[in-house]
Write a protein that binds this ligand. Structure first.
Ligand code: DON
Length: 563
């Protein structure tokens, strides 16, 4: 029953579905020099303005990030965290981890009752669900290493947007109205998100503007110390949470070595642990390398089957091996070694599905609604950044810090509360992803940069919880194997398999009935629910003549702005 309810809830989050399985070739925005693609036009414009003023991709990243915290409250954030992968114009690459951390007093069994069962909603709703946020530390880390314009100029547009307000879209109105009851239940006061929203309503966020001003004036300390920290810690304590002043003071973002690997002529750079995206992407792409993909019809039975079987095996490994590399020993090299991958695919057969029970063990529950956000930027100097950031599910924990106007994440649910018990994305985990003080929870985020022949080719990423990895995967293949344009690629219907539950999720209307019948005959269980969409990809493709094509996902309000 719980599974059914969660599946039902999941299917209703997304508003727009694909009405046809034939996707006409849409061409995205073409720009000659620079581009920002993000979940909201206001944020893309603010980022692009910074580039026009002579700022670089990192300046634009900071401006876009703060703008999304204002214009896209469902996932844009200062109370959450994320990951950035970058490639500079000289080809150097790197990655920043500004993922949330478990509080110092967190412990392995904090979401279990006396009988050892997971307490419903404790890791997803309210102050207990909150991880120590990393976004503001991440922004300053980026600024110190790569920023070029004065920081004040980067954050000011977001402050103005919060103070003066912006008109919300139809999708935002529906999403806010839907979340109102949860905001009400969680908070001790009436938050400004609880109102009768309509398309075009003005959303002004004065308290958030003041918090952003403290960040502008005092730097990172404007968030992790002083008044903001006091408001944060006091309110969380009032709601029964455990994040302390010390937790905030101790938070640091970490530069990490990204995962890099080759897929045919392409060099792929993606996020490493605590994000699982890069490892899983490498495993899946290596699993399918021996097959001549471009000769398999796009989204055909064989295509879906091959990607499903590769994903099944990779997600099974994810559940068992992956966790915060600072806490657990993860055999990344072995997991991504070609021999190991080939051996994992040994029992793959075109004749029938490999049941997940034969790949590994686990129990299945279901999914819930989710929201994260990704933005891709290429600047006029040729630098590229790929950033995925989140509060976890839509509006995170629904806690809105009283007096400070920002929403806190519910990222603690990305830990494995109990081995084998699924989280909101239906993902199961093991000891590797158990809760420990100051540990980072495992993520599926996959901010990615693709090069071809040593040159920048594509910047991409997406929200979508566990479906992030498979959405990024399918877009890489759309470009590398099917020669699509960026918008055309983003528009394609997507499917997803994650080992457990043992189902292929498919965007409705996107796949023909013959394919579905064939898949069922091979032993696959399909899940295709009205309005289900998988991922919301924002990407940029470098075209052969050097101009840029944006891919802004029409499943949301996403927008590309460039020049
Ligand atoms: O880090 C993760 O994998 C999740 N917290 C991401 C959540 C997400 O993508 C929700 N978006 N639709």
């Amino acid at each position: 029953m719980k599974q059914l309810i969660l599946l039902f809830a999941f299917s209703f989050l997304f508003i727009k579905c694909n009405s046809s399985n034939i996707k006409e070739k849409n061409i995205g925005l073409i720009a000659q020099k620079a581009m920002v693609v993000s979940a909201k036009i206001e944020a893309s414009q603010i980022g692009a303005e910074i580039l026009k003023k002579g700022g670089n991709a990192y300046d634009a990243m900071i401006a876009t990030h703060f703008a999304l915290a204002v214009a896209y409250p469902v996932a844009g954030n200062i109370g959450g965290g994320g990951f950035m992968v970058y490639r500079n114009n000289d080809g150097t690459k790197g990655a920043l981890d500004f993922r949330e951390k478990a509080p110092i007093t967190a412990h392995k069994d904090m979401y279990l009752d006396g009988a050892g069962n997971v307490i419903k909603n404790k890791s997803t709703v309210g102050a207990h669900a909150v991880g120590v946020p990393g976004s503001v530390a991440g922004a300053f880390e980026v600024y110190e290493k790569f920023g070029s314009l004065p920081f004040k100029e980067l954050i000011q547009p977001a402050i103005d947007l919060a103070r003066n307000g912006f008109k919300i879209t139809k999708k935002q109105a529906a999403s806010l109205n839907k979340a109102a009851a949860k905001f009400k239940k969680v908070n001790t006061y009436k938050t400004l998100f609880e109102a009768e929203w309509k398309e075009g309503s003005l959303l002004k966020q004065e308290e958030l503007a003041q918090t952003l001003e403290r960040i502008r004036d005092f730097g990172s300390a404007g968030f992790y110390e002083g008044k903001t920290a006091e408001l944060f810690v006091n309110y969380v304590a009032q709601l029964g949470g455990i994040i302390s002043r010390e937790d905030l003071q101790k938070y640091t973002a970490i530069w990490r070595k990204p995962i890099t690997f080759k897929y045919k002529d392409y060099q792929i750079t993606s996020m490493t642990l605590p994000a699982s995206g890069g490892i899983c992407l490498a495993q899946i792409l290596k699993s399918i390398t021996p097959y001549n993909i471009s000769e398999i019809k796009h989204n055909s039975t064989k295509y879906i089957q091959l990607l499903t079987e590769a994903s099944r095996r990779s997600y099974a490994d994810r559940a068992h091996f992956l966790g915060d590399i600072d806490f657990v020993n993860v055999p990344i090299d072995s997991l991504t070694a070609t021999d190991y991958i080939n051996q994992r695919m040994d029992n793959f057969s075109w004749d029938k599905a490999t049941p997940s029970s034969e790949v590994s063990h686990g129990k299945v529950l279901g999914y819930e609604s989710d929201e994260t956000t990704h933005y891709s930027i290429i600047d006029q100097f040729g630098n590229a950044v790929s950033v995925t950031t989140t509060l976890n599910t839509g509006y995170g924990s629904k806690v809105v810090v009283k007096g400070a106007g920002f929403i806190l994440n519910n990222e603690m649910d990305d830990f494995s509360s109990k081995p084998g018990v699924p989280n909101v994305y239906g993902l199961v985990g093991s000891k590797a992803n158990a809760i420990a003080p100051e540990k980072r929870m495992l993520s599926s985020m996959t901010p990615t940069i693709v090069e071809k022949n040593g040159k920048l080719k594509m910047v991409l990423g997406t929200p979508g919880g566990s479906t992030i990895i498979t959405s990024v995967l399918q877009n890489i293949l759309n470009i590398a194997e099917y020669d699509m344009g960026m918008q055309e690629s983003v528009d394609q219907p997507r499917f997803h398999h994650q080992w457990l539950p043992d189902v292929i999720r498919m965007e409705p209307g996107g796949f023909n009935s013959e394919t579905k019948t064939e898949l069922k005959a091979l032993g696959y269980t399909l899940y295709e629910k009205k309005a289900l969409v998988i991922g919301k990809v924002d990407a940029i493709l470098v075209l052969p003549n050097g101009s840029l094509e944006g891919g802004a996902d029409a499943r949301g309000d996403d927008a590309a702005v460039g020049f």
